[in-house]
Design a protein around this ligand. Structure first.
Ligand code: UD1
Length: 308
C-alpha cells in the first residue's frame, strides 16, 4: 500500500509515519520543514522524503500521477491560530489553496485511492456556546485559521459528493505528545508549558487561565486516524477527535507542578485575539467506529513528562 503523508515530518505526521511504516506501508512524505524537523522521521525505513511545499502544484501533480497512492493523509498546515491572525495570507495559501490543489490532483490522477483524510480543527466551532461541540453543530470560525480550515474541509466533503472521491474529515481538538514543537511562541500550549517546567522558566497565561480545551494524546489521535481509514462507512463524513473532557490551562499547570514538584513562576497577560474560551468534543460519532480514548489528561501528561 502506498501512503502519502503531507506534513509527515511534523509532530502528528511523524507519529502517523511510524504507525504505518510498522505495518509495511510504503510511505511518501512531502514537507517543507518550515515548522517540522527531518529528525522526527530519520529512523523510519521504507520512507521517501521530499522537502517540498504542498502548495507547489506542479510537483504535487507529478507525484500523484507517478504513484497513484492508496491513502493520502493531509496534515501539512500553518497550525497556529495566533500566527494566522498575524499572517492571514500564509494561512490562506497553506490551509486552503494547497488542499484544494491536492483534491483537484487526486480527482484528476487517482485510480486506486481508498481514502483521502483531511486534518481539520476544533477551531471551526469558535465560541459556540453549546458544549460539548458535535460535528453537526453550527460552526462559528473566528480566525483566518478557522475560516480556511472550514473551507478546506467543505471542499473535501464536496469532492466526495460531487465526484465520489473517498474523503474523510477529522476535526482535531488540542493534540499533544512527544515531538510537538516547543520552540516557537506559536507552539501548542502543552509543549510550551512543559518546556518551561523542564527549564525552570516563567510561564505566561494569556488570559486568566480558566479557558478550557479538550487535550487529546497523540496515541489516541493515531487510533482515530486508523479507524476512519479502515472503515469504508467513514467516507464523506466529519468526525471530532478528542477525549470528550475539558481541562483548563490552570489545571494543566497544576498537574505539571505535581509531576515535576517544581513551584514554577507564572504571570498573566491579555487574552489572545481570536482565542476560544471553552472547548471540548462530543465523540459519539467516532465511538460508533470503535474509538475509545486510552489516555486521560493525567496519564497523558505523566507519560509525556517521563519521555521528555
Ligand atoms: C490548537 C492548535 C491548532 C488546533 C486547535 C484545535 C497549536 C499551536 N494550535 O489551537 O492547530 O487546530 O488547537 O482546537 O497546536 N496559551 C497561553 N500561553 C502560551 C501559549 C498559549 O496561555 O504560552 C493559551 C492560548 O491563548 C489559548 C490556549 O493556551 O487560550 C491554547 O492555545 P494553543 O495551544 O495555541 O491552542 P489553540 O489556539 O486552541
Amino acid at each position: 500500500m502506498k501512503m502519502l503523508i503531507t506534513g509527515g515530518a511534523g509532530f502528528i505526521g511523524s507519529h502517523v509515519c511510524e504507525f504505518y511504516a510498522q505495518r509495511n506501508y510504503e510511505i511518501f512524505v512531502v514537507d517543507n520543514l518550515s515548522s517540522s524537523n527531518l529528525e522526527n522521521i530519520m529512523h523510519i525505513e521504507n520512507l521517501t522524503f521530499y522537502q517540498k511545499d504542498v502548495s507547489d502544484c506542479d510537483f504535487m501533480e507529478q507525484l500523484i500521477k507517478e504513484h497513484d497512492f492508496d491513502y493520502v493523509i493531509h496534515l501539512a498546515a500553518l497550525v497556529s491560530v495566533a500566527e494566522s491572525i498575524a499572517h492571514p495570507k500564509i494561512s490562506l495559501k497553506n490551509n486552503l489553496e494547497a488542499s484544494l490543489n491536492l483534491l483537484i490532483n487526486l480527482r484528476k490522477h487517482s485510480k486506486k485511492l481508498k481514502k483521502a483524510l483531511f486534518a481539520s480543527s476544533a477551531a471551526v466551532y469558535g465560541n459556540l456556546e453549546k458544549l460539548p461541540k458535535a460535528p453537526e453543530d453550527q460552526v462559528l470560525p473566528q480566525s483566518p485559521y478557522a475560516i480556511d480550515k472550514y473551507a478546506a474541509e467543505r471542499n473535501f466533503i464536496i469532492f466526495n459528493e460531487l465526484f465520489g472521491l473517498p474523503t474523510t474529515v477529522l476535526r482535531f481538538f488540542n493534540v499533544y505528545g512527544e515531538r510537538q514543537n516547543d520552540s516557537s511562541p506559536y507552539s501548542g500550549v502543552i509543549s510550551i508549558m512543559l518546556h518551561k517546567f523542564k527549564h525552570d522558566e516563567k510561564f505566561i497565561f494569556f488570559g486568566d487561565g480558566t479557558q478550557t480545551r479538550d487535550f487529546v494524546y497523540i496515541a489516541d489521535v493515531i487510533q482515530a486516524i486508523n479507524l476512519v481509514l479502515m472503515h469504508e462507512e467513514a467516507t464523506g463524513e466529519v468526525y471530532n477527535v478528542g477525549t470528550g473532557h475539558q481541562t483548563s490551562l490552570k489545571e494543566i499547570f497544576d498537574v505539571f507542578s505535581e509531576i515535576s514538584k517544581i513551584d514554577l513562576e507564572f504571570e498573566h497577560q491579555d487574552a489572545r485575539k481570536g482565542d476560544i474560551k471553552y472547548s471540548y468534543a462530543e465523540i459519539d460519532k467516532l465511538s460508533h467506529l470503535g474509538y475509545t480514548p486510552q489516555f486521560d489528561i493525567h496519564s497523558g501528561l505523566n507519560n509525556l513528562y517521563k519521555k521528555m
